[in-house]
Design a protein around this ligand. Structure first.
Ligand SMILES: O=C(O)CCC(=O)C1=CC=C[C@@H](O)[C@@H]1C(=O)O
Ligand SMILES: [Mg+2]
Length: 342
């Protein structure tokens, strides 16, 4: 079977720039790809690189798309170089749609963010780094979020621990009837001692009466190269740890699993690589996985949530796809409209 291959780059500013230890991320750039078969059936995919997580760059992806030409077949789709993880995910996802779409001329279902057919998933909302977290948590709580992610390792630790105390006080004084789950994400920016300081602080929360807060996990406390340090932290503290940057691509995921990591794995499907290989790994190894966005558009989001819904582990952890940092132009358009507007 041969497919017409088309691709269109996009760039969309975030509503709220994302402050991380990697820097401030203001614009999401990516590529929407489209496969069309000889009966006119269509499948879209999204290349959403995050180079500082180890994926290819946008320029790499564009060069790859340009050299593919106007027609490709499965022999190309299933032999995309493993270093091009965002391209692998996007083009194979598009193939999954176009090759399995039931009707003759079918486009992807027009789904908005809230009505993706994976309503059983719960979502995590991203809090702004720093002191704004306590207020933002109240706003997101009203929107229905009960799981929150807060980036740390961005400001000096004393300032962040102070903001953390404000967040804890705000939760304590709210007399909430439900418990908030909080994920701390350091993006690898802490030293071993700073990670111990954060974990000791989190473990002391249990001593506060009636506190409706549970630290779900500390994400990527140390740099990617320090797996031994994170294995030591996992042995030493009860607060669960999650790896993100360390397991961003499928090859890293397999390697870190082989090296003994049995904590939480944050999986960003859009930059993990081949969706079929990702499914195969998660279904054979039964890992504790949290699925996470790379702030893609609804094209990549739908493909990623499809996998999250299939693989969501019994822990039913919220997926990191809260639409808190979405794009400037607010309302999402249909996928077909997104394509024609590019
Ligand atoms: O996982 C989530 O809750 C949202 C996505 C998210 O936090 C991230 C997406 C992409 C890059 C990073 O800045 C960040 C992360 O580190 O997980
Ligand atoms: Mg992370």
């Amino acid at each position: 079977m041969r497919y017409q291959f088309e691709f269109r780059p996009y760039r969309r500013p975030f509503k709220h720039p994302l402050t991380t230890p990697h820097g401030t991320w203001e614009v999401r750039e990516g590529i929407i790809v489209r496969l069309t078969d000889d009966r006119g059936k269509v499948g879209y995919g999204e290349i959403a690189p995050v180079p500082w997580f180890g994926s290819e760059t946008l320029a790499d992806a564009l060069s790859f798309c340009e050299q593919l030409g106007h027609e490709i077949g499965p022999e190309i789709i299933f032999s995309i170089p493993p270093r091009l993880t965002a391209c692998q995910f996007a083009i194979e996802s598009a193939w999954e749609i176009v090759s399995t779409q039931p009707s003759a001329i079918a486009v992807q279902p027009e789904l908005g963010f809230e009505d993706v057919p994976y309503h059983h998933l719960t979502y995590s909302g991203l809090l702004p780094a720093g002191a704004g977290a306590a207020i933002a948590r109240q706003i997101l709580w009203k929107q229905g979020y009960r799981t929150f992610k807060w980036k740390i390792g961005v400001a000096p630790i004393e300032a962040e621990l102070k903001s953390f105390q404000q967040l804890v006080r705000s939760l304590r004084d709210s007399f909430l009837q439900e418990t908030a789950l909080l994920r701390l994400d350091a993006n690898g920016a802490l030293t071993y001692d700073q990670a111990c300081r954060w974990l000791e602080t989190c473990e002391r929360l249990g001593e506060i009466e009636h506190l409706p807060l549970k630290i779900e996990f500390l994400e990527q406390p140390l740099a990617v190269g320090d797996l031994d340090g994170m294995l030591q932290l996992a042995d030493r503290f009860a607060i669960p740890l999650a790896l993100d940057e360390s397991v961003a691509g499928l090859s890293q995921l397999r390697q870190v699993y082989r090296e003994g990591w049995r904590g939480i794995f944050v999986i960003k499907p859009c930059i993990a690589g081949s969706p079929s290989e990702l499914r195969q790994f998660c279904q054979t190894q039964a890992i504790d996985a949290v699925f996470s966005s790379v702030f893609e558009t609804q094209v990549g989001r739908q493909a990623a949530l499809k996998i999250a819904a299939e693989l969501q582990n019994p822990g039913d952890r919220a997926v990191g796809f809260g639409i808190t940092h979405w794009f400037e132009d607010g309302e999402e358009v249909s996928i077909d409209r997104l394509w024609t507007d590019l």
